[in-house]
Write a protein that binds this ligand. Sequence first.
Ligand SMILES: Nc1ncnc2c1ncn2[C@@H]1O[C@H](COP(=O)(O)OP(=O)(O)OP(=O)(O)O)[C@@H](O)[C@H]1O
Ligand SMILES: [Mg+2]
Length: 252
Amino acid sequence: MKIALCGKGGVGKSSLASLLILSFLHAGYKVLAIDADPSPHLARLLEIPQEVTPLAEMMDLLAERAQKSGPYYTLNPKIDDLPEKFAITKDGLRLMVLGAIRTAGGGCACPEQTVLKRLLTYLLLTSKEVVLVDMEAGVEHFGRASVTPMDVLLVITQPLKGSIETTRQILKLAKELGLERVYVIGNKVRTKEQEELLQGEFGDRYLLSFPPDEELERREFEGRGLWTYRGVLFSKAQELREKLTELLHEIT
Ligand SMILES: Nc1ncnc2c1ncn2[C@@H]1O[C@H](COP(=O)(O)OP(=O)(O)OP(=O)(O)O)[C@@H](O)[C@H]1O
Ligand SMILES: [Mg+2]
């Protein structure tokens, strides 16, 4: 199952991505986590102490291997060994960091996105393997369509005007890209009224509400990650994992 999380800046994408990763690991899955945010946080949240070299910094190496045709790199060769070579491993978890996107000025047409898309398309998973991508905030990356190989897109929203508006835009773009399994997850949903607002707005696409939990902010304040967190949001993440495996039972 290939899952991507997206949404407006600061809505809780990386936190919920980490919790979902932990819940899949807890259930015995192998997880490849891909931090596609140019300002990456997953390593910290998942308490991976090693430096994870961003894929973007290996572009020269990748470009060396790739053939150059015109201004573009055709990155056909050697995509398959990337997770082996460039991921940091912790128990059943592998983490890759994409790094900052360089613009076309360098002679490349967003090679990191090309690599990500090819990698996501290439990867064949067994039923006990999951790829989870924590995406860059906002809607811009949808133009690059690296989301198209995903089985499911989770749009994280808070019960606030701004993030609801971004969620609407993402849903519209996802529809244009022909993505079918696109669901909305509420974060920091405090009241029944807020939940009903999101359910009313997004109908059947609305899957689940995550409440606020001060422990997350406390851990953030203390510089701790979420590896040992087993509070209410972990239970919610388990519920989300169960819903996803039910919804996607036909997909491995
Ligand atoms: N349910 C929650 N309860 C309490 N705090 C939360 C919750 N979800 C997220 N937070 C806190 O909100 C802040 C932003 O969360 P996070 O970094 O996960 O958002 P993001 O969408 O990944 O942000 P960015 O767009 O910058 O990548 C963090 O300090 C996090 O600890
Ligand atoms: Mg984030």
